[in-house]
Ligand binder design. Structure first.
Ligand SMILES: [Zn+2]
Length: 287
């Protein structure tokens, strides 16, 4: 059956299920030149180059599905699915072929030392449960570290120490509440897409694990100097890591600078809130 030439432009329209028949006739240069090409919105997953023309040319048999900007090969159907909002796996973290221990350690190392890589690893649409799993593992790990480090405190039957146990338990809950407040604040200021929510979620490994390890470390080494000496460099490093990720987003320069300057305030606000809650709870219980 003969098709009118104009219809061959249709596969470039952004629809969720437009599978071009494999036997489609090639589009001639003349017909594409005659009608302006509609922007398909399909972007390279690596460099976000607009692939509308590349895909049209490949489907016309005049080239391959390879990004002209960065050289990455792609599957147009995968790009269309992502554009339609179908969740895609987070690189490394969703790779079910590797053990979860290795994946978790790798994700922590990336978050802590090369945070800008997360922007390329997290797709626009991802499985939310995947990030939630990461956050739960971090919670369980932190609880385990605290419980192991304090097993004597928790096993103590000495009634005179019950206040220590309670204070300790309250402080842990308050610190974690503070971290969650901080995460919520960090998601607010700029909207650089859904991906940012995942990146802030992955940063929990940084804040929670460092707070836990440093807390345990300083609480049980009484001859060490002030906690502040350890907490301050950790906070600075966290700020630097998050700022590096922000700097690599596609947001405007003003939005990125504003966000980077906002990060310390988010931390101050969450620390302030936590300290306030802690103070009130202690007043109420121990008057
Ligand atoms: Zn590219």
């Amino acid at each position: 059956m003969a098709r009118p030439e104009g219809l061959l432009i249709m596969p470039e329209m952004p629809t969720a299920s437009d599978d071009m028949p494999a036997t489609a006739q090639p589009v001639t240069i003349q017909s594409r030149a005659a009608q302006p090409m509609a922007d398909s919105g399909l972007l390279c997953l690596q460099c976000e180059y607009n692939l509308t023309g590349t895909i049209a040319a490949a489907e016309a048999g005049k080239g391959e599905n390879r990004c002209p900007e960065c050289g990455m090969t792609f599957n147009p159907n995968v790009l269309r699915a992502r554009l339609a909002g179908t969740p895609a796996p987070i690189e490394i973290w969703d790779d079910k072929n590797k053990s979860i221990f290795i994946r978790y350690v790798k994700m922590c190392l990336i978050t802590w030392f090369t945070p800008w890589r997360l922007l390329k690893m997290v797709p626009t649409y991802y499985h939310k449960r995947s990030v939630i799993l990461f956050q739960y593992i971090t919670m369980v790990l932190a609880i385990t570290i605290v419980a192991v480090a304090n097993h004597r405190l928790f096993l103590s039957y000495d009634i005179s120490r019950s206040r220590d146990v309670l204070t300790f338990a309250i402080s842990i809950v308050v610190v974690w509440a503070g971290i969650i407040v901080c995460e919520l604040l960090l998601k607010l200021p700029i909207d650089v897409g859904q991906r940012w929510r995942a990146i802030v979620g992955l940063f929990r490994s940084f804040t929670l694990l460092s707070v836990t390890v440093l807390g345990v470390f300083t609480n049980f080494n009484m001859n060490l100097p002030n906690d502040f000496l350890y907490a301050l460099p950790t906070l600075c490093w966290w700020w630097l890591a998050l700022s590096l990720a922000v700097a690599h987003t596609k947001a405007s320069v003003a939005a990125r600078i504003g966000y980077i300057l906002f990060i310390p305030w988010a931390a101050v606000m969450s620390i302030g809130t936590s300290t306030g809650i802690m103070f009130i709870v202690e007043l109420m219980i121990f008057r």
